[in-house]
Design a protein around this ligand. Structure first.
Ligand SMILES: [Zn+2]
Length: 228
């Protein structure tokens, strides 16, 4: 039986990481497009305002941006379909909670004003993509009957999924998690995604997904044709 409940962590370097250890990622802009974008931007800076040439350059830039956006949309839809087809319960972090906690306390692992501002900007960009992904999941879930659940992500990255010990020091680096209490090792994003999944399963209505079932209340992943 496949993992019928899944938690998804929004990675910084990878678009999304699921609790089953899958990294969902894709490069949205090609190397050639990056080079071309840079060249066009330089050109744009030299061109006269209101000129026909400037308009041409702007149009060329928009064409690249449009292609990148299309790819991102495709990726979101494809990944959302894959995930909802395999899982009856999909657990995501609630971004509103995250932003609230971040503004109140700052981030422990990112001291320094400029660093934090930059982190805030990066997060805003990530949030935008994440929101798009959430919408794609909700849309895909209408066909599969999967339940999309948002949970408070506080401490999911610092908590050991094996023993429950909470310690920011367990997060050794961007990618590595090693529990300071029990020594459990995992990829940091996968560990966080597992905590997310478990937080979702702890919800009263979803807790019995894996064990008992009643046809009435249970969300069934129809696309797989299997009961979770
Ligand atoms: Zn542990």
């Amino acid at each position: 039986m496949p993992d019928s409940a899944v938690g998804i962590d929004r990675g910084v370097t990878v678009a999304a990481v699921t609790s089953d250890g899958t990294f969902h990622d894709r490069q949205f802009i090609t190397v050639g497009e990056t080079v071309r974008c840079r060249r066009l931007q330089k050109k744009l800076a030299r061109q006269k305002k209101g000129s026909a040439n400037l308009r041409k350059t702007v149009a060329a830039l928009w064409r690249i941006t449009g292609r990148v956006t299309d790819r991102r949309t495709d990726f979101c839809a494809y990944t959302a379909n894959r995930i909802t087809a395999r899982n009856a319960l999909v657990v995501l972090e609630d971004l509103r909670t995250r932003n609230m906690t971040a503004s109140a306390s700052g981030t422990l692992d990112r001291p320094g004003r400029n660093v934090r501002q930059k982190a805030g900007l990066n997060r805003a960009i990530l949030d935008k993509g994440w929101h798009k992904f959430e919408l794609a999941l909700r849309s895909a879930a209408r066909h599969t009957g999967s339940v999309i659940l948002l949970v408070n992500p506080a401490y999911t990255s610092q908590t050991c999924n094996r023993c429950g010990h909470v310690d920011p020091k367990s997060r050794k680096s961007q990618a590595a998690f090693e529990c300071t209490a029990c020594g459990h090792r995992d990829h940091a994003d996968v560990n966080a995604a597992k905590n997310q999944r478990d937080a979702g399963l702890a919800f009263p209505a979803c807790g019995d997904l894996g064990t008992s079932r009643s046809a009435k209340q249970e969300p069934v992943s129809r696309a797989t044709g299997r009961n979770p």
